[in-house]
Design a protein around this ligand. Structure first.
Ligand SMILES: *Cc1c(COP(=O)(O)O)cnc(C)c1O
Length: 385
């Protein structure tokens, strides 16, 4: 079976499980993001929550991208990795006071505000610090991302954003607040979106929102479409760079940009998913009555996506080219949900074989936990092995 290229000989001396990042693929992806967004003068902030590994962050910062943060910790990590404060945006439904202070103290580019209550608190803090906070309203555009329910964020029933019907009220409140300034409109409808028509609907909805703002005499400096572009988890070897060309082209074609207005994006997964793999070892091959299990030394503590979102990851036995057999590939964690895949086609598995779980660069290492008193996984990089 077709496999990714891995330095298997070098892997043999590294204790498993570990994350492995293909740095040339990351750079190639970033170059594509730059080329395709520069075509239209679009601005890109990388969504740090997809992967906050310091080395990965500093490489992304090299390419001039900004950072989209959802916590104070991510703001600190971004600053440490070299993202300039004036390219940091801060989103999230539950910003704590210390996080708001951190953002204000560093004069970050923009707070993406998700409720009237948050706007008032931000205004209070900005007043205490004698500053004016730049804000974008995160609008819940009621566009269906047509993705997994747990990663859909733009519908009425989601906790995120200001509902469209409430926009007028929040704009009225804004007029009474002296220490916040509206500079943008933001929306993020979900993640792993592979149906590009969802982005078409989003661009069209933004036109409608802007028309409503026009009627109130408001023009914002930027509109921000969040992230969400999906990756091909089934074909990481063929389609290792997501279709950034088609993605940006949709907005270029449909969005009615106001004179001088900037257009912003916040891709996370699409930038980092394909460059990362979780490398694990087969501990045991267990023959069941009706099936065989390949029991790995990695579990959902290292990669939680299959357990949490029923996500698919391509799994490859990179130690041999034996004929394929079918296995349920499972981890060692004491939970029935600790399954990476059922009826997975693998080159015949033996104890000690190295197994690569592909497309694990996004929401992989960053979601690792120490459940069962396990150690957090270590990362290795293709250019440092
Ligand atoms: C998670 C998130 C993103 C990134 O989403 P991806 O699907 O990883 O591209 C962007 N913006 C906001 C506000 C987010 O919460």
């Amino acid at each position: 079976m077709l496999k990714g290229t891995f330095p298997v000989e070098k892997f043999k001396v590294i204790p498993t499980p570990f994350y492995y990042y293909d740095i040339s693929l990351l750079r190639e992806t970033l170059e594509t993001v730059k080329t395709e967004s520069d075509k239209y003068g679009y601005h890109v902030h990388y969504a740090v929550k997809a992967n906050a590994n310091p080395r990965i962050l500093s490489i992304i910062a090299e390419y001039g991208l900004g950072a989209d943060c959802v916590s104070g910790g991510e703001i600190r990590a971004s600053l440490a990795a070299g993202f300039p404060a004036n390219k940091i945006v801060f989103a999230g439904v539950g910003k704590a006071d210390w996080e708001i202070e951190l953002g204000l103290d560093n004069d970050i580019f923009c707070f993406n505000v998700e409720s009237a209550a948050e706007l008032e608190i931000l205004n209070e803090w900005a007043e205490k610090k004698n500053k004016i906070a730049s804000v974008a309203f995160r609008i819940n555009p009621e566009v269906d991302a047509r993705t997994h329910a747990k990663i859909t964020t733009g519908m009425k029933e989601n906790k995120f954003g200001i509902n469209l019907s409430m926009l007028g009220q929040v704009l009225d409140l804004l007029k009474t607040l002296k220490h916040v300034k509206l500079i943008g409109i933001h929306s993020h409808i979900g993640s792993q979106i592979t149906d590009i028509s969802a982005f078409r609907s989003l661009a069209i909805r933004m036109n409608e929102i802007q028309e409503e703002l026009d009627q109130r005499g408001i023009t914002v400096e930027h509109v921000n479409f969040g992230g969400g572009l999906g990756v091909d988890y089934y074909h990481p070897n063929h389609l290792s760079i997501p279709p950034f060309d088609d993605y940006f082209a949709v907005f270029h074609k449909l969005l009615q940009v106001r004179p001088g207005q900037q257009v912003h994006f916040e891709p996370g997964r699409s930038v980092v998913a394909q460059c990362g793999s979780l490398i694990s070892k087969v501990l045991y091959v267990k023959e069941g009555e009706a099936k065989k299990f390949a029991i790995l030394d990695a579990g959902f503590t290292e990669l939680i996506r299959p357990a949490m979102y029923d996500a698919y990851h391509r799994i490859e036995n990179i130690s041999n080219d034996d004929p394929v057999e079918f296995y349920d590939v499972v981890g060692p964690i004491c939970e029935s949900s600790d399954v990476f895949g059922k009826e997975v086609e693998l080159n015949k598995a033996h104890r000690g074989d190295l197994i690569a779980l592909r497309s694990a660069g996004a929401y992989g290492e960053v979601m690792a936990s120490q459940y069962n008193c396990r150690q957090l996984p270590v990362a290795y990089y293709s250019d440092e092995l």
